[in-house]
Structure formats: C-alpha cells, structure tokens
Design a binder for this molecule. Structure first.
Ligand SMILES: *[C@@H]1O[C@H](CO)[C@@H](O)[C@H](O)[C@H]1NC(C)=O
Ligand SMILES: *[C@@H]1O[C@H](CO)[C@@H](O)[C@H](O)[C@H]1NC(C)=O
Ligand SMILES: *[C@@H]1O[C@H](CO)[C@@H](O)[C@H](O)[C@H]1NC(C)=O
Ligand SMILES: *[C@@H]1O[C@H](CO)[C@@H](O)[C@H](O)[C@H]1NC(C)=O
Ligand SMILES: *[C@@H]1O[C@H](CO)[C@@H](O)[C@H](O)[C@H]1NC(C)=O
Length: 245
C-alpha cells in the first residue's frame, strides 16, 4: 500500500513538473503579480497542504481548455482560473500569478526605427538591447526587426537625439504594437521607469509628428517623441498593455 502511494506521488510530481515546465510565474525583482481579471473558476482546497493545492490548481488549469493563467493564494489555497492573459493586476502578499507559456500570444516581428539612437529597450522589464538584436540602433533611416516571443506586458525605450526633432517609431504587422499618442513619454529619468510595475500614469502622452525625410514604411504607427523637443537630449517612452488599480 505504501508502495502504491509512493508511485502515486511520483506520478503526481511528474505530471506537475511536466505541466510546470510550461507555466511561468510572473514576478519582477521579487514582486509578485496578482491578476484582478474576472475568474472563470474560483475555489479553495482548504484540507490540502500549500504544495498539494498549488499542484491541483496547476493541473486544474492544464485540464481546462480555456484556462490560460491562474492566481494562487498561498494563505488560503485559493485557486482562480482565467481564460484571458493578464489585464488588470495588483500586488498582494501571498497571491501569485502564473501563466501558461504554451498558450502565449503568437510571435510578432517588431519593426523599430529611432532618430537618432536607440540606447535601451526593455520588453516586460527586461533589457533586450544588444548590437546583435539592434545592429542599426544608431542609423535613423534603417529599421531593426526584433523577434518578439510570447506575452507582451510592457515595452519601454530610451532614445537619444542630437539635432532637429528626434523620435521613435515601432510597429508590428498585426497593428498590436504601434507607437502613437497612447504611449507615454518623458524627458526625465525615473528609477525603474522600464519596469512592468512602474506607475507611468503621471507621464504625459507622447507627441506624434511627421518625419518627412524618412523613407521607410511605418504602417499605421506614428513617429513619437518626448514632451519637449530637444537637441542633444534623451527621452523615455513606454507603453503598458496592462491596467492596474
Ligand atoms: C530576491 O529575493 C532573494 C531571496 O530573498 C534575494 O536573494 C534576491 O537578491 C532578491 N532579488 C532582488 C532583485 O531583489
Ligand atoms: C472568458 O469567459 C467569459 C465568461 O464565460 C466569456 O464571456 C469570455 O468571452 C471568455 N473570454 C475568452 C477570451 O475566451
Ligand atoms: C518574422 O520574420 C522572420 C524572418 O524574416 C520570419 O521568418 C517570420 O515568419 C516572421 N514572423 C512573423 C510572425 O511574421
Ligand atoms: C494606437 O496604438 C494602439 C496599439 O498600441 C492601437 O490599438 C490604437 O488603435 C492606436 N490608435 C490610433 C488612433 O491609431
Ligand atoms: C499611479 O499614480 C497615480 C497618480 O500619479 C495614482 O492616482 C494611482 O493610484 C497610482 N496607481 C497605483 C497602482 O499606485
């Protein structure tokens, strides 16, 4: 009997590990996110241990066709399943948000051009700037194409301009990512300005402008720049695809 129970545990662990390999816990510098979106299922397993309940929650999500993510509350073993990727979030002690990588948004090619120079670019708070990814970062009339994989929560760029008007333009073929005045831009550096958790609500809306000398294709996107046109200056722009409380 002991042996059967032991095999059972191995089986459960294996299933869990297989599932866990395509589940990603969303956190940033040890700050855990908690989804505030409407749940499609909400239950607690009070008689189980924390780990058992977490396993059950993970399994419940992988067995539910429409489940793409879940919250787990460690204090109460509460499990909330979601049929949409993160939209509204908060930070709550003991609540942890997990999302299924296998069901993540499809890949996108992000076309970016910067006048004059792209200094930093962050996807979901992670710096992806490199000469390999952005070989034309300092050529204002040659775009770079960045292959974006998986869910996008926040995109943030730091731009340097020398003479005349500087700006940045970003687009994807599906129009999901387009620079326009729904972006936020500032000329002032702020700690953590590129993070998912960063509250940009007091940043001004980006200014759109025409860049008539530019010959490249920008689709439905607009060239944008920081609140003040400036020469030999830097500005920061970001776009969050999430809304928090
Ligand atoms: C996250 O927490 C771990 C353990 O408490 C600590 O070692 C690490 O430095 C923390 N990381 C950050 C980015 O705060
Ligand atoms: C999620 O579930 C709700 C309620 O059942 C439904 O109205 C909504 O269309 C679903 N959303 C998606 C993306 O499947
Ligand atoms: C992105 O570009 C690469 C290389 O040109 C291409 O193979 C791939 O199909 C493109 N992906 C999408 C989603 O358009
Ligand atoms: C601005 O860009 C967003 C995508 O980030 C798009 O959904 C929206 O329609 C655009 N607004 C205009 C006026 O084009
Ligand atoms: C973000 O900042 C605005 C004011 O700048 C404030 O009203 C709002 O509550 C803040 N949001 C969060 C989640 O802290």
């Amino acid at each position: 009997m002991c042996y059967t129970a032991y095999l059972m545990i191995i089986f459960v662990m294996k299933t869990f590990l297989v599932n866990a390999s395509c589940v990603h816990r969303l956190e940033e510098n040890n700050v855990s996110f908690c989804s505030c979106d409407p749940a499609i299922e909400d239950r607690s397993w009070s008689t189980f241990s924390f780990l058992e309940a977490l396993m059950l929650c993970s399994m419940r999500c992988s067995q539910t066709a429409s489940c793409v993510a879940y919250n787990f509350f460690s204090a109460t073993n509460q499990c909330q399943l979601f049929n949409q990727t993160l939209n509204k979030f908060s930070v709550m002690p003991g609540c942890q948000y997990y999302y299924r990588k296998d069901l993540s948004a499809t890949d996108k090619n992000l076309t970016i051009d910067v006048d004059n120079q792209l200094e930093e670019i962050y996807i979901n708070g992670i710096n992806v700037m490199s000469a390999l990814n952005f070989p034309h970062a300092s050529e204002w009339n040659i775009p770079d194409v960045y292959h974006l994989r998986g869910d996008l929560f926040v995109i943030a760029v730091k731009v340097y301009n020398d003479l005349y008007s500087g700006g940045v333009v970003i687009h994807t073929a599906d129009n999901y990512i387009l620079t326009n005045n729904t972006w936020k831009c500032t000329n002032n550096y702020a700690d953590g300005w590129y993070k998912i958790i960063y509250n940009d609500s007091f940043w001004p809306a980006a200014n759109e402008f025409l860049n008539p000398d530019y010959k490249g294709y920008i689709g439905n996107a607009k060239w944008i720049y920081g609140p003040n046109k400036c020469e030999y200056c830097k500005f920061f722009c970001r776009k969050s695809f999430l809304s928090n409380f």
